[in-house]
Structures are given as structure tokens and as C-alpha cells.
Design a binder for this molecule. Structure first.
Ligand code: TEU
Length: 551
């Protein structure tokens, strides 16, 4: 049985991974063709973002049919082959279950709109407050009101995301039974993991105006959420002890995550939380330019590490996914220290207590898209906010500057495989432009270079397998107030491990508060490090080290 605490997950965004049939969109056959590459990295699971039938308004997070593969991505046969081929390589598949909402093209919603009472109860329809006023002042995560008026009904439906993503009504038991069925269907196909999209938003509380915020306090970690997750577990994936699950928890709290991912809670194996990825926001406001707050980043990471451990709960640890800008552009340094900073950031995550997730392209240090014209953007959230920012009075230039930093498209440009046309992603016209730096940053080059970022990730993955302390050790923050160094210690059965990372270009002398006598360096991003143990170390620009002592 695969132990998820010793595992590493690789995330694939199929649309941007590899195109096998020249239509400019990645597909399942493309993934099959790259399984050897993924195996080379040493990971245990592949999380695939949705490839179900969908109008693709939100790139598949708007599901029209949970039981069929969108023909753009392939066929059920392709999928079955993917499961088989992955299994041959010791890799398991984790599928993405988007259960907070469906596409407005889902049969259930179409029936609801046609007036079928049974299906109307699958969604959240409400009367307006008064003529022309939505039931509450809640805002959609993609901008604008979270309510859409349906004239024929004189009612509004709730959509926390795009207008084409109506929220399901989990308080209706029939809905929950339907969703359990979906999971059981994919379990029968040999799927061994599930990621649940924004699953902490499914239990809606009171429908009231939010005087201070956008409404999230009424539906985040809502009143019945733990009951619903326990039920889902018991009725579906919980029947197979080998299945691993991760919940995407939007704006959640530590206290709730103790339960979502508690060892004995009977809910989920682990959780994604995002507070550490809001340190370059202004509060909850993403569409602004503020420098990343390093001290805040450290504090959040440390609080979650220590807090989850104390309550015997498990984190998913990560920097990147398909909703986030590229981490080397965000907290590292493109250009001069591209390689050092990409490796340093990887070290921070892979030394931690939790299951690390690597997002496609992160392992080769892919960077932000660098788009400079709105015609290059594809993401519904970016397109909406480009308009909203200008409506708020920003110049187009300023709106572009914000998109260049925060747009989700930064993480969605095609995987850079080699120096051929379109980075080897497609020989057709790519659905979104390939980053212009593919000739310098690509997988083929890095596979052939022992010092590459790819090879470094590979070592990090294998260290987790080799050293139990990385998977099972306790966590302790070190030198918390240091304004440029992030350091922590792990302990397990008398062994000790110290991870130290310089987050900046400036050299620093660093004295380890616990002393470093007897430690040796397991891995570092500078080749020539000779650890003078017990002494002060000079940390070079973006230098990172993993130090270890047996006993
Ligand atoms: O993401 C949820 C989510 O909260 C982010 O998209 C967030 O709203 C955004 O980054 C705010 O700036 C999940 C999926 O990962 C995402 O791709 C989907 O668009 C979304 O749910 C809706 O299904």
C-alpha cells in the first residue's frame, strides 16, 4: 500500500501538458506518452485536473457530465489505458471532483431551468430582495454578483464562481447521493485518489448580506461541512483504504483543517490551504500590486506545520498549481538566480511535514507567461478582472501590470518539453501561447544536465523515500525572526534534520540556534558546499541546504 505520507504528487493540467493529435490542446494520449518522464521524477501519484465533458468556460471546472471524457481530451478507452500504463510504472491516478457546482449545461441544471421541480432543488434558487435586487450582496470569486437572475422564473440562482457554474444544493440529500455515485464510478475504473475542488464551500449557511466582506463568511467551512464529508467518505472512497484524498480548502481556518484532515476524523487524507499564497495580496484582494511579505509567509507556513502536527492532521504542501503564478517568478528570482532560487523554493516545500505536490513545469523552473496583450489571456477570471479594474478607474497599463503578476494564465502556458516549435507541446496552434523562453527552459535540456532543476527535484523526491524523518518527523521552526532566512528542524527517533534557505540575493551569515555539530549536508543548491559543522555558515544568494544528523 502506498503511504501518502511518503508520497509525492505530480499535478497535470491536461489542456497544457502534451498534445498528441495536433489540435493545439493537450490530451490523454499526450499524458500517456509522457509517463516515463513522470516516473523518472519518482512521484507516486498523478493528479489530473478535470477532463470530463465541459463547455470549458473554466477549463473543465464547469462539468457538464461527470461520467464521460470530453472528446477534446480523448475517450474512455484512452483513460483506461492511462490507468493501466501508469499502474505499470507504479503511479496512481488522482481525479479532480468538482462538486460545489456543475456547468449550466449539465442536464440537471437544464431541467431545473425548464421548470422541473426535482432538479430545481439540486441548485440554489432564491427570490430577489426586492425588484431588481439580488437575494444577498455576495460576490462571485471571478468578479461581479454571485447571483444570476432568471427572468422566466423571477428568481436568482447562486454561482460562487462563473455565471456558467451554478452551485449545487448539498442540503438536498439526492444531490449528495448523486455525487457519491460519481466517485464510486471512477473507483471502479481503478482510480486511487481524489482531489475535491473547493469542497469547504459546499455547505451554505445563512443567506444574508455581508456587511464587511464578499459573503464568504456565510458559506466557507459552513454548518454541515464536517457531516457531509464524513458521509461522502463512508459512502464512497472510505470503502477502499488505499484511496488518498485531498480537499481544496478556500479561505479556511486551521481549526477546521484539524478535522478535515485529522488522522481519525474520517473525512479526508489531507488539505490544500492558501493563506501562504496570499502574502502578496492586500487582505483578500488579489488584484493589487504589493510586494510579498516574507515574514508573513514564514509565519503562515510555520503555524500550519506546527498546528496540523499538534492535532495529528496532514497538510498537502505546495507552491504551485493551475490557479497560481509560477513560484520562481513570484518568490524567487528569474534571470540571474533562476536556477538557485527555483531549487531553494523546492527545498522549503520538500523538507516539510506533509505531502508535496509538484505542478507540471515547476520541476524545470517554468516562469510567468509575460503576456502583454489581453488577446493572449484565456482565463475567465483574468478577462473579467481586466475589465473590472478599468471600470474602477485604473489605466489599461496598470491593469496589465496586475495581470502579469496575478493571472492564473501564468501557470497555464504549455509545458516546455524541448527547443522545438511550441516547446514540443504541439505541432498545431496552441490554445494558449507558449512562453517565449522555451528554448532556454525545457525538459529535454534539463534531463541531460545533472545540475538541473529537474535533477534537483528528483533528488528531493528520493530523499523523502529514503529518510523516514522527512515523512514522519516532527516540525520545529528555527530562527523565526530572521528577516531573510527560512529555517526549520525535523526530528524522528533521535535523528535530526535542519533545512535552511536564504530567500534573498544578499549573502548572510547564519548561526543555527540549535548548533550543527555532527550534521552532514544531504543536499544543497550550491555544488561546493562543505559544511563546517557547528560554525556559522555563510549563505550565498538563494542558498538552500538540508542537513542531517543520525543521532
Ligand atoms: O479554485 C478555487 C479557487 O478558489 C481559485 O480559483 C480562486 O478563486 C482564484 O484563484 C481566486 O483568485 C478551484 C479550481 O482550482 C479553479 O481552477 C476553478 O476555477 C475553481 O475552483 C472553480 O471550480
Amino acid at each position: 500500500m502506498t503511504d501518502f505520507k511518503k508520497s509525492v504528487v505530480y499535478q497535470i493540467y491536461p489542456k497544457s501538458f502534451c498534445d498528441s493529435n495536433h489540435d493545439g490542446l493537450g490530451d490523454l494520449q499526450g499524458v500517456i506518452g509522457k509517463l516515463d518522464y513522470i516516473k523518472e521524477l519518482g512521484v507516486d501519484y498523478i493528479w489530473m485536473t478535470p477532463f470530463f465533458v465541459s463547455p470549458q468556460n473554466d477549463n473543465g471546472y464547469d462539468v457538464e457530465d461527470y461520467y464521460h471524457i470530453d472528446p477534446r481530451y480523448g475517450t474512455m478507452e484512452d483513460f483506461e489505458r492511462l490507468v493501466h500504463e501508469a499502474d505499470q510504472r507504479g503511479i496512481r491516478l488522482m481525479l479532480d471532483m468538482v462538486f460545489n457546482h456543475t456547468s449550466s449545461r449539465h442536464e440537471w441544471f437544464r431541467k431545473a431551468l425548464a421548470g422541473d421541480e426535482k432538479y430545481k432543488k439540486y441548485y440554489i434558487f432564491k427570490k430577489g430582495k426586492e425588484q431588481g435586487k439580488a437575494p444577498t450582496n455576495w460576490e462571485s470569486k471571478f468578479g461581479g454578483s454571485a447571483w444570476e437572475y432568471v427572468p422566466g422564473m423571477d428568481e436568482y440562482y447562486l454561482h460562487l464562481f462563473d455565471v456558467s457554474q451554478p452551485d449545487l444544493n448539498w442540503d438536498n440529500e439526492e444531490v449528495r447521493l448523486e455525487l457519491q455515485k460519481v466517485i464510486r464510478f471512477w473507483m471502479e475504473k481503478g482510480v486511487k485518489g481524489f482531489r475535491f475542488d473547493v469542497v469547504n464551500l459546499v455547505s451554505k449557511g445563512e443567506f444574508a448580506d455581508d456587511e464587511e466582506g464578499d459573503g464568504r463568511k456565510f458559506y466557507t467551512d459552513g454548518p454541515n461541512i464536517h457531516r457531509y464529508l464524513k458521509e461522502l467518505n463512508a459512502q464512497s472512497f472510505g470503502k477502499d483504504a488505499e484511496i488518498v484524498t485531498v480537499g481544496e480548502m478556500s479561505s479556511t481556518s486551521l481549526e477546521n483543517c484539524f478535522q478535515y484532515a485529522g488522522e481519525d476524523s474520517g473525512e479526508l487524507s489531507m488539505v490544500f490551504s492558501f493563506h501562504h499564497l496570499k502574502v502578496d495580496f492586500m487582505g483578500n484582494e488579489k488584484w493589487v500590486l504589493v510586494p510579498a511579505d516574507f515574514m508573513k509567509l514564514k509565519k503562515i507556513l510555520f503555524d500550519w506545520q506546527a498546528g496540523m502536527e499538534k492535532h495529528n492532521a496532514w497538510n498537502a504542501v505546495f507552491w504551485c498549481n493551475h490557479d497560481q503564478p509560477r513560484v520562481v517568478s513570484r518568490f524567487g528570482r528569474e534571470g540571474k538566480y533562476w536556477k538557485e532560487s527555483a531549487k531553494m523554493l523546492a527545498t522549503v516545500i520538500h523538507g516539510m511535514r506533509g505531502t508535496p505536490y509538484i505542478y507540471q513545469g515547476e520541476e524545470i523552473g517554468m516562469t510567468n507567461a509575460g503576456f502583454h496583450d489581453i488577446s493572449q489571456y484565456r482565463d475567465v477570471e483574468s478577462l473579467n478582472h481586466f475589465r473590472i479594474l478599468q471600470e474602477k478607474g485604473l489605466t489599461q497599463e496598470d491593469a496589465y501590470r496586475i495581470l502579469q503578476v496575478h493571472s492564473r494564465d501564468n501557470g497555464r502556458t504549455p509545458m516546455q518539453w524541448n527547443a522545438d516549435k511550441n516547446g514540443g507541446f504541439t505541432d498545431g496552434g496552441p490554445w494558449i501561447e507558449v512562453n517565449g523562453n522555451y528554448k532556454d527552459i525545457n525538459a529535454a535540456q534539463q534531463m541531460g544536465d545533472e545540475d538541473s532543476i529537474f535533477r534537483y527535484y528528483q533528488k528531493l523526491v528520493s530523499l523523502r523515500k529514503e529518510y523516514d524523518i522527512i515523512a514522519y518527523g516532527s516540525f520545529q521552526a528555527l530562527d523565526e525572526r530572521n528577516p531573510s532566512v527560512l529555517a526549520y528542524m525535523r526530528e524522528y527517533e533521535g535523528q535530526k534534520l535542519v533545512v535552511v534557505c536564504n530567500f534573498y540575493e544578499k549573502e548572510r551569515n547564519w548561526k543555527c540556534p540549535v548548533g550543527l555539530w555532527g550534521y552532514r549536508c544531504l543536499l544543497g543548491n550550491y555544488k561546493d558546499r562543505k559544511m563546517e559543522v557547528g560554525e556559522e555558515a555563510t549563505l550565498r544568494p538563494y542558498e538552500a541546504m538540508i542537513l542531517y544528523k543520525e543521532r
